[in-house]
Design a protein around this ligand. Sequence first.
Ligand code: ASP
Length: 916
Amino acid sequence: MKIVLQNVLWLLFFVAYQYFCLASESVTIGILFNEGSHQSEIALNSTLHKKNTFDQKAFFKSNVLQISNFDSFEASKTLCGMLEADYGIAAVIGLESPTRAILESICNHFEVPYIMTSWRPPTRKQTDTVFNFFPEAELFAQALAEIVKSLQWGSFVIIYETEEGLIRMQEILKLQDYKRNSKQNNILVKQLGPGNDHRSLLKEIKNATENNIILDCKTEHILPILQQAKDQNLLSLHNNYLLTSLDAHTLDYGELDTTANITTIRLFDYNTDDFKNTIRRWELSPFDYYSKRISLEPNQIKTETVLFYDALLHLTDSINDLMYTEKSITPNPINCFEQTKSKNGYIFAAYMKERKPSLSLSGPLKFDDNGNRIHFNIHVVDILDNQVIADWYASNSSLVLRRSSNDTEFAAVANLQKILVNVSSRIGEPYLKYRESEEGKILYGNDRYEGYSMDLIQEVANIIGFRFEFHLAEDKEYGKWDEKKKKWTGLVGDLLERKAQLAVCDLTITHQRREVVDFSMPFMTLGISILYKKEEKKDINMFAFLDPFSVSVWIYTATLYLIISVVLYFISRMTPGDWENPHPCDENPEELENIWDIKNCLWLTLGSIMTQGCDILPKGISSRMAVSMWWFFSLIMTSSYTANLAAFLTKDRMEPTIDGAEALSKQTKIKYGVVDGGSTMAFFRDSNFSTYQRMWTNMLATRPSVFEKNNNDGVKRVQAPKGQYAFLMESTQIEYEIETKCDLKQVGSSLDTKSYGIAMPMNSPYRSAINKAILKLQESGKLNDLKNKWWKEKRKDPSCENFDVEEKSDSAELALANVGGVFFVLGVGIAIAVMLAIFEFLWNVRSVSVEEHLTYWEALKVELKFACNVWITKKRTKPVISESSSSSSHKSDKTDDKSMIHSFLQSAGSFMNLNN
Ligand code: ASP
């Protein structure tokens, strides 16, 4: 029963269909397909079927022909053949073909409406009956430029395949004027060569350290090119691609297995319900034999198919409309060799231009007078996320971002989490050093290193959630532009060559580096300062008074003193003038006396050289001559000694001292330098301040070179005992060095203010995630803890905090230490004199005991008693000692008492200046 009912319904449907179709006027549409138009064929059949079923006025037929891709003559013959048919052709829809221009011109000439669905160069030609559903070329170029601008690429490479591609890029090329003075704004333009191997071109781009690429090529060439880019390491996290092909979404990028940021553009959004339903309808078309074999996925639908469908819909709707109003737009056959033109072509074309489309998959539809499509939308799509990130609207030439900065960051972080992040660094304590392995264990990966940088990245990675591995920059440099090699060195070079996604060490944020790489927000702030040796604690030299003469001069002088004394002795014996009458009252003495024994000679010469003189002086001519020469010698020697002694004692005060860069620049004794290739060097090189310019000129001129390979070498050179060298380095590093190296100090304040940051390739999408992580670490005090850990806690050597170096006194007086030796000599001399006195005394006691026939002890007692009687100033030649002589002794005592009183009075008188 059910089957019978079904058959009856089908019959009714068929009869109604026949009635309406036969009642309608049949209109033939010419279709020129190319080789890859299968999807369009499905769309065609489905659409015509729907139209013919439900629209009453016109019955649409199609004349489908395959157009030759290369032979224009053949193509024009095909078109003419189509136009000649008896039933006539209402309009022609032509798909993409290199012979497009000739077909367009034939239709335009015969005023047959011709509808295109592919890009054509901008034209000012009056084409009344030609339409293009593909966006107008200039507007399309403008849209591309806006999209590129929104991507915020500082510099990029345009790779194009054909000259037409270059026309599409014309607005992008104008971006070069935008930020003209910035080095970032470089646009490289490269054309793909013939053949499939583009490796050399990609290598060139890699060497130019360019991360951003705009690829304009045929859809089928995209994947092979990206595969080759991958081989060249041009398809990693920090590489950005913009594919200008409108069919790039139909490709499967999965096989590339990449984290590169690939952006494409589309004219339609295949995720909408309308789009999906339309595709479903195409698949169900009962007249289409392809549909039985091809299942259509919305993401596989080509732009050409969508535009063809829109064109067909618009065309059939327009014909139906006109049929209602104008009654008939029946086309007439056209012979290409005659001058007959289409009867209704103009009217039809004009109507199509005006008519508002009922539905179009490719968005808003509006044409200018030349049939160019001037209303359309372009959706910018992130391929990896399959997300529309922005839309460009031709109606008001505006780009609206769909993805918030949070979404962009989220996507970037997700990409970062997928890979093992390479971190480029360099050895330099305390930022990174080799970890000491326990029991000779071989360490691998990150275990090989430790330091502030490692901990910092670990903390950042914990927050963001990525894995990382440290690598050392091959040339061990921080990063400078090498004029000879024409490339960046060090950590910056590693980022540019895509060997690393992050670079960290004591890497200063400078504007030159900022032009080629991005920096995170600073994790440490510092300035350039001077590292110099503390004044040495000098050994106290008690005998500094000996320093003015060398040992040999002292020996020669002493020897000369003895020789001169001996010579004087002999001269005075020879010269008659020194033989004197001992009794001047006796005019004819029997014998003459010479006072110049060796003792007196030694006394005279000593008195002279000590500038004290002597109470006896020679009288002979020759002896006076000898003595005067000795006095001359003594005069010169003592004056030289005095002058030299003063110089020696004040020598330390003459040493040059520095209290800052200004003082350093004004002297030449202390050499000064910087680490080679670092930002400190760049600071002096590029400074306009006269002091720093002078310092830079001095540094360049100083030999041997004052530039050191790294901070460690600089510190060692400052510490070296030989030579005076000051090292200009960054304050944080100085802080680290002087923490345990107690012989070093920071001189003066900082010359500038700068900071260290984590570097990453230009426009890294994960930059803001890293910034946030650093901010978090800063706010939680983690950055401070890390600094404390590596600057103080992890130090093996004891801290210098309590180490007190005796600072040099600035006062002018000499300390006891300087003249201690003189006190010492005096003490020793007096001690010797006392010992001699005791010896003389004891010797005298012995003589007395022998002469007076006393025991030694009796004589000692008597002499000692007498010596202790300090008020007795006169002494008998012979002491009174016998018992019998006690009375005399008593007498003598009396005498002594008398003399004691006398001497007391005498001394009191002289004290009070009285004459008695
Ligand atoms: N931190 C410096 C740099 O990044 C090195 C220096 O000049 O001291 O280049």
